[in-house]
Design a protein around this ligand. Structure first.
Ligand code: SF4
Ligand code: SF4
Length: 674
């Protein structure tokens, strides 16, 4: 019965699997096209690092469960050859893969590795069962599916051990350290009659094959679909620049204006939700989840995945439609995306990027949420009132405060700062930014930067009244139309002066000018002031003096500086160069920093739900600096305001000061200046 039975088992199971996969993947054809295969070399490297290498799974904070996952993942990889061998044995009892004859050196080595993996996987299963059923950490959702899958895996490992153990007994061989799992299987069967041992061995063999095929067919029906989709998802992941949002083509006749229904998602965004393991790592330090807002990346994924399954017939009908009207009539059956992801969810996001950095399978979240905002703003005209004021301010005055554009250079009226329009050559264009020009607190930072540039004899100029808002807040609040107008205006001005190098004091300017203006023909070297200061110090052009009275300093990493643009060391190098500064790191720092609550345009919106993000962060800074207090340093106008507000709201004015990196460095220089 072996070969026939094996063939029938395979035909039925693989046929059903192909049927299910076709049903799962067919709707993706109806979704937005997106190129996720070019730059193959970079994709292959990401696959090696994050997929095969499981890099994000073993980060220090999550090392325990990460190692458990690695044990199971490694067993699946190594046991792939074993699985092929076992199916081959279903056709011919002595089947083995070339080079892997059981008695040959490679076969013995593989057998050893396989047995170690089998035992490792059992440890992994036991650990995960403990987490799911006993320790129950917050980020893990208890589900029957999760437990059943773990029992499947345990069943695979135990049947493997029993099959090999029975084989040892049948051949009259003893247990060996080179086959530790088989030796345990043998010990479990020792004492049984040869007939019973043979029956158990055969039963284990067929049960093993049956579990594999059942397992394969169950996967596409739940979150464990990720076992199939996760590695491709890593390959298809967004490549740098990480911080750039997709440019909407607003000129074409059938322009897309964001996500109205699930049909506006890209095929990759659907693949993303298929790949979500619901591990919950994305919500551990999500500022919205932590402070009680109704947004968790995991839950958004789950909602969209269930919805995709519900509307699969309509999407499949769209994919198969012969003409535009058939396609439109199928699309009309789709509910609005707001019925799947409520507006309060996608408006809550600060676009801080923590979730994307934490996700072990590189699922993207921010572009999807911004696309939902885009549809609300561009088509439905439905957005928070505060956002309307921001849009109007940018449209009419070129800044989100709506302050008269003729006041843009008031901050430097007494400084005689060179203008690009003067015609004098300059090396750096200092893009001051709206906060640096209009916000009273940030104007002091602008002046400190000018002082440092002059001290280091840097050749620079500003645009002055020709500068206008980069539109970053408008883009992340969904107003792509307004953003594109601002981007085009700035590119025109910058290119008009032949600008090559831009200095910014705001990470949001950094991200937009560096990563998004290339979409409009603006290609520049853009650096944050902390980077330039660190560079000038290293070159010996800037020698900070002692900053008396500063003492302990902890640096709050702006999300758009550290996480989205990888600038982590420069601010620390700049601060570390100031005599008298003692740097202390918050537990959440660098690329793993915790948001202040201002990103994604949230700075401009009221925070009505849950607790305040800035208070959570300032609490962490205060704990880091201890009873004596000190300085919370940052490098972003919006972080500066949020941190200062956090200090005031929590009554810590006596203990904490909030300063920009440039102010701390310039303070030392001011003390030393004649
Ligand atoms: S999005 Fe990523 S981190 Fe979040 S639950 Fe899914 S797999 Fe885990
Ligand atoms: S980007 Fe930040 S705020 Fe938005 S869901 Fe992710 S972690 Fe939360």
């Amino acid at each position: 019965m072996g070969p026939l039975f094996t063939a029938a088992l395979l035909a039925v199971a693989l046929g059903f699997f192909a049927f299910t996969m076709a049903r799962r993947l067919a709707p993706l054809v109806a979704l937005r096209k997106e190129d996720r295969v070019s730059r193959t070399g970079e994709r292959a490297m990401a696959l090696l690092r994050y997929g095969i290498g499981q890099r994000r799974l073993v980060d220090p904070e999550e090392r325990g469960p990460g190692i458990l996952h690695v044990l199971i993942f490694a067993a699946f990889v190594v046991l792939a050859l074993r699985t092929i061998t076992l199916f081959g044995m279903g056709f011919a009892e002595d089947f083995h893969l070339p080079l892997l004859a059981p008695e040959g050196p490679l076969g013995l080595a593989y057998g050893f590795a396989k047995d170690v993996m089998v035992l490792g996987a059992l440890v992994g299963v036991a650990g995960f069962l403990w987490r799911r059923l006993v320790s129950k950490p917050d980020r893990v959702t208890l589900s029957t599916e999760g437990v059943v899958i773990l029992l499947f895996i345990a069943g695979l490992m135990l049947t493997d051990m029993l099959f090999d153990g029975a084989g040892l007994l049948a051949r009259g061989e003893g247990g060996s350290a080179w086959a530790p799992a088989a030796a345990i299987g043998r010990a479990a069967l020792a004492g049984l009659s040869p007939e019973a041992t043979r029956a158990i061995g055969q039963g284990a063999f067929w049960l093993h094959l049956a579990i594999i095929l059942l397992f394969l067919n169950v996967l596409p029906y739940g979150k464990h679909f990720h076992i199939i989709t996760a590695l491709p998802n890593v390959f298809f992941a967004h490549l740098p620049p990480a911080g750039a949002l997709r440019k909407l083509d607003l000129e074409v006749e059938d322009a897309s204006y964001g996500t109205a229904t699930v049909k506006d998602l890209s095929w990759k965004e659907a693949w993303d939700v298929y790949s979500c393991t619901e591990c919950g790592r994305c919500q551990t330090h999500c500022p919205t989840y932590v402070t009680g807002k109704p947004l968790s990346h995991k839950e958004v994924n789950r909602a969209i995945r269930h919805h995709l399954v519900d509307v699969a017939p309509a999407l499949t009908a769209m994919a198969r439609a012969k003409d535009a009207s058939a396609r439109e009539s199928a699309a009309a059956k789709l509910p609005a995306i707001t019925e799947v992801v409520p507006p309060e969810t996608f408006w809550a996001c600060t676009t801080c990027g923590w979730c994307e950095t934490a996700c072990p399978v590189l699922i993207e979240n921010v572009p999807r949420l911004v696309d939902m905002r885009r549809h609300q703003v561009l088509v439905e005209s439905s957005f928070p009132d505060e956002a309307a004021r921001v849009f109007k301010g940018i449209e009419t005055q070129g800044n989100p405060w709506g302050i008269g554009s003729n006041k843009r250079t008031e901050w430097c009226e007494d400084l005689d700062v060179p203008r690009a329009a003067s015609g004098e050559p300059f090396e750096w264009l200092f893009f001051v930014g709206c906060a640096g020009a209009f916000d009273d607190r940030q104007k002091k930072v602008s002046r400190a930067i000018v002082r440092l540039l002059r001290e280091a004899k840097v050749s620079f100029a500003i645009l002055g009244d020709e500068e206008t808002c980069n539109g970053e807040a408008a883009r992340r609040l969904g107003n792509e139309y307004l953003f594109q107008m601002q981007a085009q205006a700035n590119v025109e001005t910058l290119n008009g002066y032949g600008v090559k190098k831009i200095l910014v004091q705001c990470p949001h300017c950094l991200n937009t000018l560096k990563n998004e203006l290339p979409q409009f023909g603006g290609n520049y070297e853009v650096v944050h002031h902390a980077e330039l200061i660190a560079r000038l110090v290293a070159e010996g052009r800037l020698r900070p003096g002692r900053a008396d009275g500063i003492g302990a300093v902890t640096f709050h990493d702006p999300c758009y500086l550290a996480r989205w643009n990888g600038v982590v060391d420069a601010p620390r190098e700049a601060l570390g160069a100031v005599p008298g500064v003692v740097l202390r790191e918050m537990p959440r720092s660098g690329r793993q920093g915790f948001c202040c609550g201002a990103g994604g345009g949230r700075f401009w919106l009221e925070e009505k739900l849950g607790t305040r993000v800035n208070q959570e962060r300032i609490g962490e800074a205060a704990a880091t600096l201890g009873d004596a207090g000190g300085v919370v340093a940052t490098g972003c106008p919006f972080c500066l305001t949020m941190m200062k507000d956090g200090v005031n709201e929590t009554g810590r004015e006596e203990k904490l000061r909030v300063l920009d990196v440039a102010e701390i460095v310039a303070l030392g220089i001011a003390d030393r200046a004649p």
